[in-house]
Design a protein around this ligand. Structure first.
Ligand SMILES: Nc1ncnc2c1ncn2[C@@H]1O[C@H](COP(=O)(O)OP(=O)(O)O)[C@@H](O)[C@H]1O
Ligand SMILES: [Mg+2]
Length: 167
C-alpha cells in the first residue's frame, strides 16, 4: 500500500505524524498477529522534515521534549501511556545520521529491540541500516518540494496473513 501526501507547513507534518501514530497505537487488529516490533523508516535528505515528524509524535503523546535534544545521539526509548500497552509499550526514536557502521547499532542491542512486538520504532535515516531492517518495515519518504512543501510517501507493506478474514 502506498500513499503520497503533500504537507504545506511544518505544522501539517506534525499533525500528520500525530494522526498516523494515534492510528497505529489504537489499531488493535493490526497488532493482534504481529510477531516483531513495528519499524517505520523515515527517509529523505537533511532538512526534509523527519525530525519535524518526530516532534508531532512527541506532542501528540506528550513525550518529554528531550526527544529532540541536540545531544541525542543514536537511540532513545520512551515508555508509552498504559492505555496503549495492549498494542505497544515502548516507542523508540533512532537517528542514524551519525551512525558509523551497523556494528555500532548492534552493540546497542538493536537486534533484540526489533524482535519485541511491544516496540514501535521510528528510525530517521533508516536507509543507512536497510540491511538490518525486516522486509515488512514501513517506509516514509520525505521529499523537499520547496521552502514549505514536502512530499511524504508512505509505503506500508500489508502481509495477507496479518489481515486474514479470521481477524
Ligand atoms: N512542510 C514541512 N514539513 C516539515 N518541515 C518543514 C516543512 N516546511 C518547512 N519545513 C522546515 O524544514 C526543516 C525540517 O527540518 P528537520 O525536520 O530537522 O529535517 P530532517 O530531520 O529531515 O533533517 C525545519 O526547519 C522545518 O521548519
Ligand atoms: Mg533529523
Amino acid at each position: 500500500m502506498e500513499i503520497s501526501i503533500i504537507s504545506e507547513s511544518p505544522k501539517e507534518t506534525r499533525i500528520l505524524a500525530a494522526f498516523l501514530t494515534q492510528a497505529i497505537l489504537n489499531y488493535h487488529y493490526y497488532c493482534l498477529n504481529k510477531k516483531n516490533a513495528l519499524i517505520i523508516s523515515l527517509e529523505g535528505d537533511l532538512g526534509a522534515g523527519k525530525t519535524e515528524f518526530m516532534k508531532g509524535i512527541a506532542e501528540s503523546l506528550k513525550l518529554k521534549n528531550d526527544v529532540l535534544s541536540p545531544t541525542f545521539l543514536i537511540m532513545k526509548k520512551f515508555d508509552l501511556p498504559e492505555k496503549y500497552h495492549n498494542n505497544f509499550s515502548c516507542l523508540w526514536h533512532l537517528d542514524c545520521y551519525r551512525l558509523k557502521n551497523l556494528k555500532e547499532l548492534k552493540s546497542l542491542g538493536f537486534e533484540d529491540i526489533i524482535k519485541d512486538k511491544k516496540n514501535l520504532i521510528f528510525i530517521e535515516w533508516g536507509q543507512k541500516i536497510k540491511k538490518l531492517l525486516p522486509a515488512k518495515s514501513w517506509v516514509i519518504k520525505f521529499k523537499i518540494l520547496d521552502k514549505n512543501h514536502r512530499l511524504l510517501t508512505f509505503k506500508i507493506p500489508i502481509a495477507k496473513k496479518e489481515f486474514s478474514e479470521s481477524n
